[in-house]
Design a protein around this ligand. Sequence first.
Ligand SMILES: [Zn+2]
Length: 280
Amino acid sequence: MTARRIPGILPPMTQQEQLELSKIYSVCGMLPGSGLMEERPFRSPHHTISPGGLAGGGSVPKPGEVSLAHKGVLFLDELPEFKKTALEILRQPMEDKQIQLVRHLGNYTYPADFMLVAAMNPCKCGYYPDRTLCNCSKDSIKRYMGKISKPLLDRIDICVETSQVTYEDLMSAKENESSAIIRQRVMMSLERQKKRFEGTGISYNSRIPAKYMEKYCKINEKQQKFMKEIYESCQLSARGYHKILKTARTIADLEDSGEILNRHLNEAVCYRAIDTKYWE
Ligand SMILES: [Zn+2]
C-alpha cells in the first residue's frame, strides 16, 4: 500500500516527461485513449517474470517493465522470490537510467529512469528474527537473503524495517498526513535542488557526481569523524558512503535546512543499518 502511494507524492510529470513516457507506451501498443500518459506509472510485475520481461526484448524488440516504469515506480514485491538473473538486470539501468539490449539483429536502447521500490520478508516463513515463530534454518535464511546481491543492495538508497501493526495502532483514529501535503514538501525540496544545481546539468541530490560531493554535501569535521567510523564499521563502498550523504542532503532539504545537521546524517545512516543486520 505504501509503495502504491509513491507516485502520488512525486511531483506531477512535466510535458517533456509525459511525451517520453507516451512514446514508450505507444511502441508497446499500451497508450490510453487520450493518447497521452499523464500520470506517473506504477508497475508491479509478478515475481515469475522473465529477465526479458523486465529488460525488454523479443524477436521484434519491445520495452520491458523497467521502461514501462519510466519516470515512475517499479515495485517488486517479495524481492527474493524473483529470479536472480532478472534482479541482476536492474543494476545497469539503475545506474544509467536507460537500458541497453544487445540482440543479434542489433542493439537497442530504451529509457528506463524508474524508482525501484521493493518489499521482502527476511526469510521464507516471514517471521525471522522472531525465533519464537520462525523455524527456518540458518542456511535457508542465508540463502534467502543471498538472493539480493551486495551490488544490488548497494544501489538502493533507503532500506527500512517495518514492524507488525499493533491492535492499538489499527484502532487509533490518528489523522495521517495526506499525499497532497507530503507532495508539497517534496516539491519544496525539489525547488531547493533546482536552485542548487542551476546551470550544472545535475537534476537531483541522488545524481550528484562523486567529484561534486564535497561541494554539495558538505559536512563539518565532527560529522566527518562520525562518517569515518560508519564507513569502516559498516564496510561501506564508496557508492554506499556517498548515498548516505546524498540522502542526508535530501532529508535536510525536506526540512528546508541549508546545512546537513547531525540528525539528518543520523537518519540517513539508519536507512543503511539493515545491511549489517541481515546481510552479514
Ligand atoms: Zn522463518
